[in-house]
Structure formats: C-alpha cells, structure tokens
Design a protein around this ligand. Structure first.
Ligand SMILES: Nc1ncnc2c1ncn2[C@@H]1O[C@H](COP(=O)(O)OP(=O)(O)O)[C@@H](O)[C@H]1O
Ligand SMILES: [Mg+2]
Length: 291
C-alpha cells in the first residue's frame, strides 16, 4: 500500500501572463508507515504537492496512484472516500472549524456517512483521545474559545474520526508556541505508532521535520532536489548548503570534537540524549544513567 506520484506537473493560471509552473515532473513513493517530511523554501511547491495527494489539485500531467487506484479516474462518492482515506490538515485550522461545539465539529463528517448514537459517540471519543483531549471536558465547548494548539488538535481529531490511512499536514506548527509545537509533533508520532497512520508533513522548518520524519524530501523550484531517509537527505543537504545548520547536530559535532564517543549519526534530541547516556555509561562515570 502506498501513494505514488508519477511525473506530476502543475501549472497555475495556464496560458495567461501569470502562468506559474508550481510542480515540474515530480515523482515520489510514500510507503505505508512512513512519516515523510517535505522541506523547501516558500514558493518551492510544497503545498501544491501535498494537495495533489488527495485530489484537491489536479495535475496538468502525470498521475497520483493511491493504493493502486489512479485518483483522476475517481468519481462522486469515490472522491469522498478518497478524502476520508487521505485526510488533510490545512495550515490554518480556524478556516476548517464551523460547528457550535467540539462534539458536532468532530461528528460532522461521520454523520455524513450515516453514523449515529453510541457508534458516533465512540468514534468521537476515540478521535479526541488520540489527540489527548477528554470527551467529557471538551464535547460541549465552542471550538472558537479554544487555544490555537487545541483548535489544531480538534481539526486533527475530526480528520482522524474518519479513520484515514494517510494524513497530510501543511505547516502544522504555524502559530503554536514551543510547548504546543512539541506536543503536536509527538501526537503525529503517536498516531503513526499506535494507529499505523502514514503521515506527510510540509514544513519550512527543517529542525521540526528531523524530530519526527523517517523520510525526507527537499524541494526547490517545483522539483525534488533530494529524497531518501532523513539521515541521507540531511547529510547530502548539509554538503550542498540546502539546509540551515541543525542545532542538535552542531552540539553533537562539538561534543565529538571534545572527545565524546558518540557512535550514531545524530539527527534529533532523542538521538543525542541516548548517545550521551551511552557514552557516559561506557566511561563508567555514572552507572545510574539508563536510556
Ligand atoms: N492558486 C495559485 N495561483 C497562482 N499561483 C499559485 C497558486 N498557488 C500557488 N502558486 C504559486 O505556485 C508556486 C508554488 O506554491 P506553493 O505550492 O504554495 O509553495 P510552498 O507551499 O512551498 O510555499 C509559487 O510560486 C506560488 O506563488
Ligand atoms: Mg505552502
């Protein structure tokens, strides 16, 4: 099971003086279980690529194949099914919220597919649970009174309630403070671990992507400049100057230069903590540390 992007090009405002090629012959496979990060500067085509994945934007050429089915061949209710299978969380969640309370907000899509009563309540409770929000505490609250982080989690819960296999996040941490950002990224990780949901995250912040993504692509001018495992891509991107220096990797390099034996190639804070504790244990400096 996978999403395949085959030689996709997207041109906006075709045949006008404003014609803009946003994607140029992009090919990519997103495998089940992946958390894929899409990094690139503003205007590089990230959001356009994301929206082709669930059929919101139709390619001018090329194909999107979701679990073996070509998206451009789908009609009517098949398109609704696709949108449930490949859920989208837009950059500004407040634009996706319109119901009077949290329960109705999350139940909306489910009512459309005929769920009601106990079954409906169960689905809503489970979806809220996945983003660490209690049903009893939040069900009657107006979504508009919630914080940005909570609003974002509500939109994720409404998409999760439809049992997606794939989740697409466009700049998910926009407008969140450090705590909100950390929490959200850990939810994305948990949803992947617990429910096996494949996620694609668009961000212009490389530091965030390396904390959760196992695969990474870097986009430039509507094309994929690099793709591979997060580590492969970061190593190559550092050589080519395609990414800003990553703080955690700088700290690791600094420690190595000072004689710390860090075995693993370090990408994020978890790697760094584990390696420091391992190095300390091996030195026998402090046998109380465990990782
Ligand atoms: N609706 C649109 N009409 C015309 N041009 C657009 C539209 N949306 C995006 N573009 C252009 O397409 C290019 C890629 O945009 P986008 O996919 O939004 O990039 P990113 O998400 O990486 O910032 C940019 O040059 C942008 O100005
Ligand atoms: Mg964008």
């Amino acid at each position: 099971m996978s999403i395949k992007v085959e030689k996709v090009s997207v041109i906006y405002q075709k045949k006008t003086p404003f014609e803009q090629r946003a994607l140029n012959n992009v090919s990519l496979t997103i495998n089940q279980g992946d958390i894929l990060g899409i990094y690139g500067l503003t205007g590089s085509g990230k959001s356009t690529l994301l929206q082709t994945l669930n059929g919101l934007i139709k390619p001018d050429s090329g194909n999107i194949i979701v679990d073996g089915v070509a998206v451009n061949k789908l009609k009517g209710s098949q398109i609704t099914e696709l949108r449930h299978k490949v859920g989208m969380i837009f950059q500004y969640p407040e634009l996706q919220i319109f119901e009077r309370n949290v329960f109705e907000e999350i139940a909306f899509g489910l009512k459309n597919i005929g769920l009601k009563g106990e079954q409906l309540k169960k689905r809503v409770t489970k979806a809220l649970d996945l983003v660490d929000m209690s049903f009893d505490e939040f069900k009657d609250r107006s979504p508009f009174t919630l914080s940005s982080g909570q609003k974002k989690r509500i939109t994720i819960a409404s998409v999760l309630a439809c049992k997606p296999k794939y989740l697409l996040f466009d700049e998910p941490t926009t407008g969140l403070d450090t705590t909100g950002r950390t929490k959200l990224l850990s939810h994305i990780n948990e949803i992947n671990n617990l429910e096996g949901i494949t996620s694609v995250l668009v961000s212009h912040k490389i530091e965030e992507l390396v904390t959760v993504c196992n695969k990474l692509i870097i986009m430039a001018n509507g094309e994929i400049a690099l793709k591979g495992t997060a580590l492969e891509v970061i190593q190559q991107a550092e050589k080519n100057g395609l990414v800003e220096p990553i703080t955690i990797r700088n700290i690791a390099n600094n420690l190595k230069q000072r004689g710390f034996k860090l075995e693993k190639n370090i990408l994020n804070i978890e790697d760094l903590s584990n390696e420091i504790i391992k190095a300390l244990n091996e030195r026998g400096n402090n046998s109380d540390f465990r990782y």
